[in-house]
Design a protein around this ligand. Sequence first.
Ligand code: NAD
Length: 360
Amino acid sequence: MKCKITCIPGDGIGPEIVAEAKKVLCKVAEKYGHEMQFKDILMGGASIDVHGVPLTDEAIEDCKNADAVLMGSIGGNTSTSPWYKLPPERRPEAGLLKLRKALNLFANLRPAYLYEELAAACPLKEEISKAGFDMMIMRELTGGLYFGERKTVEENGVRKAIDTLTYDENEIRRIAIKGFEIARKRRNKVTSVDKANVLDSSRLWRAVVNEVAKDYPDVTLEHMLVDNCAMQLVKDPAQFDVILTENMFGDILSDEASMVTGSIGMLSSASLNDSKFGLYEPSHGSAPDIAGMDIANPIATILSASMMLRYSFNLDKEADAIDQAVKKVLEDGIRTVDIMSEGMKQVGCKEMGDRIVERI
Ligand code: NAD
């Protein structure tokens, strides 16, 4: 298969970690007989420095013309970088928001997986963490409270703020379909999270998810209230496979789920539209404090590349090979500094990439 991938190395550690992910993809291509075609584009601070804007129209076209986009991270030190003296619409992050909109990326996927070897970093009690967990948070990304009408008014000398939470059934249906499809690639279970005891938008959410579920009889569906889900994530995270939820609930729950893994350098993510196209990036930022030092952990980006193979190219076997190589490298005691512990061998960003490549 020919895979046309636009890469956004970005800022800070971005170029270092994307280089390692590319190395891993090239190894997979060599082993399984595929062709990787990469094109690098500028976004964020790197684009501001060259073009004066965080994302050009040509760069958006390059993303649209690819099968998938692999991104490092963008942004600099928000207190000291001159990029943050620019008006908000010309700062690095504006490029990412513009790109998400241009590509209509409405579904955000964030896996939370506890590696046995890194269990010590998990803040949960051992009696809970020993069961392990492997879940995927699927968050609606373009609707709900963050995109509804909002205003602040003053009535009789009292300030009042109004935010509106709106979803139509089409927005709910398309993300629900994604959720069930992803569950089919995993353990066939969807937990749909809402606040249907209070909110109309949640009652519609629940009704539409139930309708979609009829097309997926092989997938078990359960509904859970968001407050209960927040508790269950720390009480019994092993129960979850795919958590399907709206924008604001997903924002909060995905951060909670990633915290319980304890290792920011290990967390991948994907944003998808209603075709096979996706934008794949680590959950962490550009870590300007360690940029250029060859100490960043490239695993989150490498696992994002694995998600890309699985969800945009349907190359499950190849994605499994990357996931297994990452597990093996950890089993073999190889660590970057952020996940280092006593008795392990510390390596830099490049060497971590090389060690993973060796295990594919
Ligand atoms: P950050 O995630 O970049 O860093 C937080 C801490 O984690 C830092 O100490 C950093 O050194 C460490 N860290 C992060 N990734 C690591 C890795 N792969 N290996 C080892 N250590 C790692 O968050 P921040 O410092 O709040 O933000 C820095 C910049 O990144 C800001 O400009 C912010 O806006 C941007 N940001 C971008 C994205 C994105 O591109 N999607 C996401 C979040 C933050």
